[in-house]
Design a protein around this ligand. Structure first.
Ligand code: SF4
Length: 434
């Protein structure tokens, strides 16, 4: 196997194109060991840590499902390589041929994978693929990373850039919408591409390179705009950059006197938790106050590996929040969402936002009615810990920003009393003289 570092991109430490000879040899399907459905369903719930009475002391290294997947498809890959984020990134599964080695593809998935063209690229880390069902095309995690032809349908009200980010971009890769904060896109690379990505128009297409000259322009804009006190570093996935490049970016931003607060948006703890190394955490902690928003979608993403990744980040003093997109057939019911938010709290991640799915082109099969989001919030509020309840928001199409949505708990007024409905539907009065 070729050395990773020799060919790696100097910015992100990840080859976008695999060098010849570095792709993992898959076993022919005829000799693939199948995980029995019964074992698989047991494996999707990592009960040792997340079930009632579960103990962190009994934390396994991986779920049964990941272990079985490795044994079936990567039997010769060492523990060290499997747990090396460079190896995981270099061996992403990206083609129809690679996916059909590990999945029983439906006709629709096969048609989408054959489409090519300008679609959002396909990329799934071997680790994340280990959590994907081999047979069930409706399994939630599979729906989020394996394309279907629904992506090529243009629904009513959909747009390439529904949030109007391009119109709020004063310099390439910097979105300035709210007066006191900016979104800095440092790369368009992600180790795994989400089929509902808001920035599918640009991610994975090489449009946003982490080049020094482009980033210098962005820093210069921030330097000469003293109202900016908060910089959200996003992409693509900023943690796809090498420690050195990320350190440089954070250092440049920290040197700007009016920048008080830095945030990183990432999906790495879910799709490539091996990226969260002790070295990365040591570097990040130099740049406090630094917060992190992690993109988690489903309780099946809360594995021992992601638990360890979040623990390392939290131990480095980084407050963690989750950003979850509400997706049809993935997490659009109270039970799934409750399981997710409970697991996130165990992982020291505060559920922060629940986003209504943005109307990007080809997203109709992922979008739910707004009433579904309200139903989920209603099913959480009062029924579980307040810290577990995210803010349900719609990012307003056209650049209106995030608008919070709540079930209506005010049922009326009688004289000087306001009438309020509690989580059980019981009505209470509060003295509220006008
Ligand atoms: S990780 Fe974020 S930026 Fe990357 S594909 Fe998923 S939603 Fe898009």
């Amino acid at each position: 196997m070729a050395s990773i570092d020799a060919d790696a991109c100097s910015y992100c430490g990840v080859d976008d194109e695999e060098p010849p000879g570095t792709t993992v040899e898959f076993l022919p399907p005829s000799v693939v060991a199948h995980v029995s459905p019964a074992k698989r369903s047991r494996a999707t719930a990592p009960r040792d840590i997340f079930s009632p009475g579960g103990s962190v002391g009994r934390l396994p290294r991986s779920t049964f499902q990941t272990k079985a997947f490795r044994k079936a498809f990567y039997p010769d890959v060492s523990e060290r390589d499997w747990n090396d984020w460079h190896w995981q990134a270099r061996n992403r599964l990206r083609t129809l041929e690679q996916l059909e080695q590990v999945l029983v593809l439906s006709d629709d998935e096969r048609a989408a994978l054959s489409h090519g063209g300008g679609m959002l690229p396909v990329s799934i880390t071997p680790y994340y693929m280990s959590l994907v069902s081999r047979d069930d095309r409706n399994q939630p995690l599979r729906r989020t990373v394996v394309p279907t032809t629904g992506e090529f349908q243009h629904g009513l009200g959909e747009a390439e850039d529904p949030l109007g980010e391009d119109g709020d971009t004063p310099v390439p890769g910097l979105v300035h919408r709210y007066p006191d904060r900016v979104l800095l896109l440092v790369t368009d690379f992600c180790s795994s591409y989400c089929r509902y990505c808001t920035r599918s128009r640009m991610v994975g297409h090489g449009a946003i390179a982490p080049s020094e000259s482009r980033l210098e322009n962005a820093f210069e804009y921030i330097r000469r705009t003293p109202t900016i006190r908060d910089v959200l570093i996003s992409g693509g996935d900023p943690l796809a950059l090498s420690d050195e490049r990320l350190d440089w970016i954070l250092t440049q931003l920290r040197q700007i006197p009016h920048v008080e607060f830095l945030r990183i948006g990432t999906k790495m703890p879910a799709v490539l938790p091996q990226r969260i190394t002790p070295e990365l955490c040591r570097m990040l902690r130099k740049h406090h106050p630094l917060w992190m928003s992690i993109h988690f979608l489903h309780p099946d993403e809360c594995t021992p590996e992601s638990y360890q990744a979040c623990t390392r980040l939290a131990d480095a003093g980084i407050p963690l929040g989750s950003q979850t997109v509400l997706l049809a057939g993935v997490n659009d019911n109270v039970e799934t969402m409750k399981s997710l938010v409970h697991r996130l709290l165990i992982m020291r991640v505060r559920p922060y936002y629940l986003y209504q799915c943005d109307p990007i082109t080809g997203s109709a099969h992922f979008r739910t009615p707004v009433s579904k989001g309200l139903e989920i919030i209603e099913g959480l509020r009062g029924h579980t810990t307040g810290y577990a309840i995210p803010n349900y928001v719609i990012d307003a199409p056209g650049g209106g920003g995030k608008i919070p949505l709540q079930p209506n708990y005010v049922v009326g007024r009688e004289g000087n009393d306001i009438l309020l409905r509690n989580f059980r539907g019981e009505v209470y009065r509060y003295p509220d003289a006008v």
